[in-house]
Design a protein around this ligand. Sequence first.
Ligand code: ZN
Ligand code: ZN
Length: 643
Amino acid sequence: MNNIESLYLTLLKRCKSLKSINQLHSHIIKSGHISNSFITGNIILHCATLISNALHYAQSLLHHFPNPDAFMYNTLIRGFTDSDHPHKSLTTFIDMRRNIQPDSFSFAFVLKAAANIQCCDTGIQLHSQAVVCGLDTHLYVGTTLVSMYAECGLIDCARKVFDEMFQPNIVAWNAMITACLRCCDVNGAERLYQQMPVKDLVSDNIMLDGYMKAGEIHLAKKLFFKEMRVKDDVSWSTMIVGFSHNGCLKDAFDLFIQLHRVGLKPNEVSLTGILSVCAQAGAFEFGKILHCYIEKLGFVWIRSVNNALLDTYSKCGNVNMARLVFERMPGKKSIVSWTTMVAGLAMQGYGEEALKLFHQMEESGIKPDGVTFISILYACSHAGLIKEGCRYFEIMKNKHNIEPSFEHYGCMVDLYGRGGELQKAYDFITQMPIRANAVIWRTLLGACSIHGNVELAEEVQKRLAELDLNDSGDHVLLSNIYAFAGKWKDVVSVRKSMHSQQLMKNPGWSMIEVDKIMYSFVAGEKDCEITKEAYTKLKEIMLKIRVEGGYKPEVTGSVLHDIEDEEKEDSVAMHSEKLALAFGMSRLCNGSAIRIVKNLRVCNDCHSVMKLVSKIFKLEIVLRDRSRFHSFKDGICSCRDYW
Ligand code: ZN
Ligand code: ZN
């Protein structure tokens, strides 16, 4: 580097915007140093990696340079790979090949682009070109080939490349393990993990993540608690998020508290993870503590954390706090923020307000996605807006080109069903381009029961029986919008690799928060002290509503009610929401509302009990089941007995 070069390099480092680069560039042109490849190469590097929205500038610099070298091309290829336009990385590579020989860096960067766009044909072509250039067994290129094949789902090809590598390093081993996990081969990953000559923390974290995604919670726990001697931020947050995704809410709370106890600070990933747990469990008080904590630690500037907080307040039934978080969000609100708020309003039954917010969202220039429309259709059906719902369904398909999913069809059936248009709902189902699943039939069944149409209910029951219920894809309607599917898009790019989340069949449970501690109840469980306490109280409550309210237990399994399998097995008298209610009544002081979260749909009997208790004990009860909130007061429920 000569004096002129080092002078320009110093000046370049000070440039923080495209404008300042532009000024420096004109100066270089005037001074006649523009043909210096070192100087131009560094400007390209600066534009491609450090300044936002300057890739096109880097590209034009390269195009105007007489004989661009490999460094310039590689820099641009790398810049495009990580940008929103990874295909431009490929065109730059083709351009490069016309002029000069690509090297190992060029291949590694462009292969990553092929992986990003998940185009296996391009990947295979690039692989054969690397073979021609004698670079396919190069460590760096080989590792990227493994990752690329894994991303494209071609695990055998990944394995072949890996096996041909001469002394793969730790990065290559980790890439191969990741490849197995991405293709859901946990055993294969574990074998490799055991064979690895040296492991690092990254390897341990990859395995943790893999176990969690495969639902192998005990293996993840064993590795984390017993085997890992060193743990970092990623290890802790992987566990918390993993617990959250697998519905192990208690484990997640415990681990988060432990993280705090050992003096570590949570990062944004563990915070969004634990907030999602609060949302699932309806842990309002815990959520409030987290909120203070987030403000204190300055996380309030991070959008993903704000979105998770917003979701938590919505799911805890506190729409005012949700609104507050929404309105105070710094910066431009993302699609996730808008949609979460729309969903929050919809779930609480504020249909008109949800629609109003939806229009504000459109006005602000944000394009709605499929999830936004689920919330909109849900809002319409719960507010009895049949016409509007149909209109939005059409708008979604025709204006926004969004292919309706099961959830959208389900909302439409609910919309017709709720409005008493049962025949229309039935016709809609039979005319759908996809085969209706159990959730959709159950929705219509629910409508039949409300409107007392036994004939149609029997027909629907027949259709339900024909379905393979193990394959029902029983989705949680609105309760876990983005978080459950791991779709906090603007959260954490590391987790982008989530393979299709397998929804697990949970047994029925209910949760209640008392003194900032979450208690969970499972139907029929009798062993622990807490449950005993709940049972004793429950007996007393049931006796009182029998005598004073004329309560009679409902017979389950009638043709009109399709109860979840887990619930059928247990006697209705022991349903988890009744236990949670009794426990809350024994522990909470008089006058405070009882908030319960249930993971499945509330059954008829529990619903009647809640209504009676709210009247006889003059108690407000808020029950969130898997599809909506029920607020019981003076013997009436906000759902008007329709859920
Ligand atoms: Zn029940
Ligand atoms: Zn209700």
